[in-house]
Design a protein around this ligand. Structure first.
Ligand SMILES: *Cc1c(COP(=O)(O)O)cnc(C)c1O
Length: 411
């Protein structure tokens, strides 16, 4: 008799964005003439950069001829892309990595979800709260999260990030083996300074823990001195794995490409403590068995981001989204609403007035203004009393949404 992996049964089947869609549909049925603007979407809306499109067309043409056709590529990614990554994302920041420490992937979700394969199933896990749900659910699937009661997992240490601690989660007062950090943060849109991030690196080195650092929104950082990579912190090359994605950087949510960095010096112990194993070697083994590489066309597309035109074009689009964020921040602040994030990230984390519960505020805003947000509690218990707005929309929608919110709140 084949048995199921019962850890999957512990996962909640109510999916945040499905619940939102259901409520929005109910509203549309009862308000057929009212248009709905979504500031809840976590997907980009602007098209790919011309440099990227040109590179993709060229790559497609190469596939059409016998002399330049490409089949399976190297599992770690093509050298042309890994070289461009080292030269553009790390060297200018004084970070020296080796080509073999870069693994090109098909987006950061797969790797942040799969990385747990190479560490023991019963490691303890520390997670900032609220959080990108992948970190928790992927650990739950192999039993590492323990059991779930009232939305809280028994083997996960929740590290709250709220207005009370200025969204700088406290370091646990006990050991955890694995720590997930995402900065700039989804959903709160907040960042850590180098000094704040250094505390985590020091903790990991002292406790022999591994940090899983999700840098998916690194390109949105506008202020100087905010770390773009955890390897800007001394010692991080011994304790941190870093995930990058071109999804938000360059609108690759439908193209699929990113990369993971695993420095050779990141090691973890065997159970009896007699060996220290390089995680780079284990991940390489894992990938060469379960992954056959990112498409050549996607990797050429990613390479084009690093050309002078490519860089300029993607900065233009990032600037467009960040201008949306500025408009939203200014407008909501004028309405007397407390807003966090939105300065170095495309997300605004909005405190609901009078501590209104997230879902209640979501419905009030939908029925009062025809504007959709994402209830903060959907990202974890510490998200209660907040909602997330994204700046990935079209400018005219953002402006109209702000006009409606004014009318609703002042009317
Ligand atoms: C969007 C996002 C990613 C990127 O996912 P891809 O699989 O690369 O599209 C990674 N981490 C976080 C926190 C995100 O919000």
């Amino acid at each position: 008799m084949a048995l199921v992996n019962e850890h999957f049964l512990k996962l909640s089947d109510s999916y945040l964005f499905a619940d939102i869609a259901k409520k929005v549909n109910a509203y549309k049925v009862s308000h057929p003439h009212q248009s709905v603007i979504s500031l809840g979407i976590g997907d980009v809306t602007q098209p790919l950069a011309p440099a990227v499109i040109e590179a993709m067309h060229k790559a497609v043409d190469e596939m059409a001829s016998k002399a330049s056709f490409r089949g399976y590529g190297p599992e770690r990614g093509y050298d042309f892309l890994r070289e461009a990554i080292l030269k553009n994302d790390f060297l200018p920041r004084g970070i020296h990595l080796d080509m073999s420490e870069i693994f090109v992937n098909d987006g950061a979700k797969s790797d942040t979800g799969n990385i747990g394969d190479i560490v023991r199933w019963d490691n303890s896990v520390g997670i900032t709260d609220p959080v990108y749900p992948v970190y928790i659910d992927s650990n739950a699937m192999i039993g590492r999260a323990g059991t779930c009661k009232d939305g809280v997992w028994s083997n996960i240490t929740y590290m709250p990030a709220t207005a009370e601690n200025d969204f700088c989660p406290a370091i646990p007062n006990h050991r955890v083996d694995m720590i997930y950090l995402c900065y700039p943060n989804n959903p709160t849109g907040t960042v850590l300074t180098k000094e704040q991030l250094k505390k985590w690196v020091d903790y990991a080195l002292k406790n022999d823990a591994i940090i899983f650092y999700d840098a998916a929104y690194e390109a949105y950082i506008q202020e100087p001195d905010i770390p773009h990579s955890i390897y800007e912190i001394r010692g991080a090359k011994k304790c941190a794995i870093e995930f990058h994605s071109y999804s938000k950087t360059a609108g690759f949510t439908g193209v699929r490409c990113g990369y993971t960095v695993i420095p050779k010096d990141v090691k973890a112990s065997t159970l009896n403590g007699d060996q220290r194993i390089a995680l780079n070697q284990l991940w390489d083994r894992r990938q060469s068995t379960k992954f056959n590489g990112t498409s050549y066309i996607s990797q050429r597309a990613a390479e084009a981001i690093y050309t002078p035109e490519g860089k300029r074009q993607i900065q233009e689009t990032i600037g467009y989204y960040m201008e949306n964020a500025r408009i939203m921040r200014d407008h909501l602040t004028k309405l007397g609403i407390k807003v966090y994030g939105g300065v170095n990230a495309p997300y605004l984390w909005v405190k609901t007035p009078d501590n209104t519960p997230s879902w209640k505020f979501f419905e009030n805003m939908l029925y009062g203004a025809g504007v959709v947000c994402t209830p903060g509690v959907g990202f974890g218990p510490s998200g209660e009393g907040y909602v997330r707005l994204t700046s990935f929309g079209n400018r005219e929608d953002v402006i109209e949404a702000m006009r409606r919110l004014s009318a609703w709140m002042c009317g």
